[in-house]
Design a protein around this ligand. Sequence first.
Ligand SMILES: Cc1ncc(COP(=O)(O)O)c(C=O)c1O
Length: 370
Amino acid sequence: MSARPQPRPGIMQIEAYVPGKSTAAGVAKIHKLSSNETPLGPSPKAVEALRAADHFEHYPDGTATRLREAIAAKYGLDARRIICGSGSDELLSLVTQTYVGAGDEGLYSEHGFLVYRIAILAAGGVPVVAPETDYHADVDAFLARVTDRTRIVYLANPNNPTGTYIPFDEVKRLHAGLPSHVVLVLDAAYAEYVRRNDYEAGLELVATSDNVVMTRTFSKIYGLASLRLGWMVGPADVIDAVNRIRGPFNVNGPAMAAGIAAIQDDAHVARAVAHNEQWLGWLTREIESLGLKTTPSVGNFLLIHFPPEPGRTAREADAFLSSRGLILRRIDAYGLPQALRLTVGDEEANRLLVETLREFVGKFVGMPHA
Ligand SMILES: Cc1ncc(COP(=O)(O)O)c(C=O)c1O
């Protein structure tokens, strides 16, 4: 037996999360389209609140009361049923640690957000994957994989990196099929962007169930990714349990001040939604017209599929785009090595992306397909 410290079982099965790249060598101007950040930046009111923050010698309010009240007021929730975190990532980990122990199973979909797998393994649990149908979460596949060891089920709706969603009726069917002791985590990081009549983030389901929580983030449409701010709403006893293992000052004061201002600035969110609606549609049409397939997205990002033939692959497209300062996301780790994920950017980045992809695709005109 080695005398060296040994990590708990499961830890070394974790492949550390690799964030989207933000640099490319030798390029004057970078357009970072790799992390689903908003091209509009944060609300100016949030920036102002952050700048006005003071008294860094004091610990922040460990219960995030004012931020929880601002969130509760915005969504008509009970502030006592909200917990805030250092990004929703932290809350995903905390809720997992709270309910998953050695040998317990956590279930998520085939191309689901990678943090679920990390959180399950970190808690000593066993990740179980439900296959998707045409890049969509498949409720029947989820339900077929529930066992008596299942403790938690994660559904990102819309999902990252696919950009697809399932209608609220399907979410309710998933919930109805789960044993009541299984926690259903609705990860609604991109909810604000969705414009579909049959979509709901699911606050109603959270309010009326004893086993459903929802995680939300300030990192995406609110443009505060750097400040690390997220929240979760759920049944009182779930929130109480998760609070017991939360770091006492897990959210910092300036971030809370910015979050309160951000969540009250509806006009800024509306601008971001309008920008996304316009450019997501435009990018989808333009990229498809180049002969590349995309997966229909309701988020602020788009999956672009590349052919497997040498010279045309996602890997080569990524190198070509990077050489022009366009940084997209490689998603091999999600089981999608033949696709790149593109975040909707500002007008300049979007137009440059299409022109550069046109050039990449154009190199093969006249070349036979394999
Ligand atoms: C589906 C999904 N959930 C959660 C997160 C975590 O966001 P944050 O920790 O910044 O709140 C992300 C970020 O990429 C995401 O795509």
